[in-house]
Design a protein around this ligand. Structure first.
Ligand code: CO8
Length: 258
């Protein structure tokens, strides 16, 4: 499929999804979300890591498209929020790890997009924030909840209530990004992390992601039960046999994802 607002590129088992409307600082409008949804659906099991980033020099994603939102009423707004939440949910539950390469402004829906990824790395020039209240609304793509789970209730309230943009370094201090890289090193770093993940069993990564994501919303007993189930599912897979055999034979494992 030909996309106007995004690019989906594959380098072997690593796919990169670039939100690419630099004139609007990659703002997320309905069309962009629909293209993202279609791109995510098109990914097969041959994609083992997805990197999400922004096109152009300035932005990862500067939020939901304010020009589009300014024209809609509350029913369309609910539909738009539902579409955005669906796409964020698809990313969160994708069967492979996702990495946000935050290369510039990640504001509002852009910050929420990063939050829906498993790992977030940022460039030194990135600014992150959830400035929705400055527009008279609140984050609507799951941001209030994912941000709170990541940085804690009080810091999330501070960020949401003030709408302040914070530097990548501050965001790292808050636990909102993992590491901060010079701009020219950001993608290299994300690809290196992706390369490390590719060495590991894809079924194990998928189970680890699933168990961490679902377990985080459960009490410890239920979450540990989820973990045992995931552990059990992996036994008997070719990957488990290969991983353990390779260890005993003192060679790198060649995982098939089966
Ligand atoms: N939507 C639409 N267009 C945008 C957006 C956006 N979010 N951000 C920037 N643009 C456009 C500008 O309008 C401008 O267009 P033009 O050149 O045609 O005038 C172009 O991008 C460049 O932007 P600026 O000239 O403003 O660039 P600056 O370098 O001066 O400023 C900023 C960069 C600080 C990033 C500034 O553009 C800005 O503050 N942008 C808005 C950030 C923001 O408030 N984001 C949150 C949006 S709300 C949201 O995400 C809600 C999510 C939940 C929705 C729930 C569904 C209902």
């Amino acid at each position: 499929m030909v996309y106007d607002n995004i690019r989906l590129e594959k380098q072997g088992a690593i796919a990169t999804l670039t939100i690419d409307r630099p004139k609007a600082l990659n703002a997320l409008n309905t069309q962009t979300f629909l293209e993202m949804e279609s791109a995510l659906r098109s990914l097969g099991t041959d994609t083992r890591v997805l990197i999400v980033t922004g096109g152009g020099e300035k932005a990862f994603v500067a939020g939901a498209d304010i020009a589009e939102m300014a024209t809609i009423g509350s029913e369309r707004a609910r539909e738009f929020a539902a579409l955005g939440q669906r796409v964020m949910g698809m990313l969160e539950h994708l069967g492979c790890p996702t990495i946000a390469a935050v290369n510039g402004f990640a504001l509002g829906g852009g910050c929420e997009l990063a939050l829906a990824c498993d790992l977030i790395y940022a460039s030194e020039k990135a600014k992150l924030g959830v400035p929705e209240v400055t527009l008279g609304v609140i984050p609507g793509f799951g941001g209030t909840q994912r941000l709170t789970r990541l940085v804690g209730k009080m810091r999330a309230k501070e960020l949401v209530f003030t709408g302040s943009h914070v530097t990548a370094a501050q965001a790292k201090e808050y636990g909102l990004v993992l590491d901060v890289l010079p701009p020219e090193k950001l993608m290299e770093h994300c690809l290196a992390v992706a390369g490390k993940l590719l060495k590991n069993g894809p079924l194990a990564l998928a189970q680890a992601k699933r168990v961490i994501e679902f377990g985080a919303d459960q009490d410890l007993r239920t979450a540990n039960e989820l973990e045992s189930q995931g552990f059990g599912v992996l036994f008997g897979t070719e990957d488990q046999r290969e991983g353990m055999k390779a260890f005993l034979e003192k060679r790198p494992a060649a995982f098939s994802g089966k």
